[in-house]
Design a protein around this ligand. Structure first.
Ligand SMILES: [Zn+2]
Ligand SMILES: [Zn+2]
Ligand SMILES: [Zn+2]
Ligand SMILES: [Zn+2]
Ligand SMILES: [Zn+2]
Ligand SMILES: [Zn+2]
Length: 248
């Protein structure tokens, strides 16, 4: 079964309410302090499945020996393909018996060689043909995927090819964040796309204070004079920087 992961919400959720002067006192407001700038909950979990594992069938090789009654295959076996008696090696597969040369791949027509095969559209397909023609293809490298399939961004990937668009690290474990159709780990996503603090310029990955037409870390929104964080909901302004109640 395929799952398509489609981001359902925008990654950055800013409140855009304007904060103006209040009355004649020239004070400004800090925005709603619960505003979310970067939401860790928007990480998309990766879906995985295993290619083919439940489609892979086994065949059994045995040997018919005249007069032998000790094996299950004792007695003349009839080939399901040509209806002739099988002398010598017998392939048992799909609850039927076959000449080895008559148990052949639907696609390349070669006898199935080895102990495993696939069924596809009611026919028998050898393992290499199945990988080549019927396996999911990796969106990263274009090659067939025969083991773990990562399903993300609506396509399939080899687990080692579903990597962060920033640091190229494998994204298998913790999920990813998406921007413009590319996956990123949470730290690269924050580095590239989260809002920057107007004071320290670092990305804001938690609550942002929105004030003075900018976004700030709570700890970085400090009084221009005493350098203490401004936590009151109203504050004064000096040179486009906040002043706390004591210093105003
Ligand atoms: Zn036959
Ligand atoms: Zn084949
Ligand atoms: Zn790949
Ligand atoms: Zn990264
Ligand atoms: Zn900061
Ligand atoms: Zn102050």
């Amino acid at each position: 079964m395929y799952y398509h992961i489609v981001p359902s919400r925008s990654r950055l959720d800013f409140r855009t309410r304007k904060f103006g002067f209040r009355g004649s006192r020239g004070k400004k407001h800090i925005s709603d302090s619960t505003v979310t700038n970067y939401d860790k909950n928007l990480i998309t979990k990766i879906r995985q499945r295993f290619a083919q594992s439940n489609l892979l069938n086994k065949l059994r090789w045995s040997h018919y020996t005249n007069g032998s009654k000790s094996t299950k295959d004792a007695g003349p076996a009839i080939c399901n393909n040509c209806n002739a008696v099988i002398q010598g090696r017998i392939v048992t597969a799909l609850n039927k018996k076959w000449h080895p040369e008559h148990f052949a791949c639907n696609t390349c027509r070669k006898p199935i060689d080895g102990s495993k095969f696939h069924q596809h559209d009611g026919g028998v397909v050898c393992v290499p043909c199945y990988a080549q023609h019927y396996s999911p293809r990796c969106h990263g490298c274009g090659e067939p995927i025969t083991d773990r399939v990562i399903q993300a961004l609506g396509v399939s990937w080899h687990s080692n090819h579903f990597v962060c668009g920033g640091c190229r690290k494998e994204l298998g474990g913790g999920g990813f964040m998406e921007q413009a159709g590319r996956p990123y780990c949470s730290s690269c996503y924050a580095e590239k796309f989260a809002a920057r603090c107007a004071s320290c310029s670092k990305p804001i990955v938690d609550k942002a204070i929105i004030a003075l037409n900018a976004k700030w870390h709570g700890a970085c929104f400090t009084c221009k004079k005493c350098r203490n964080p401004v936590t009151d909901s109203t504050f004064s302004v000096l040179d486009n920087m906040p002043l706390c109640g004591k210093c105003a």
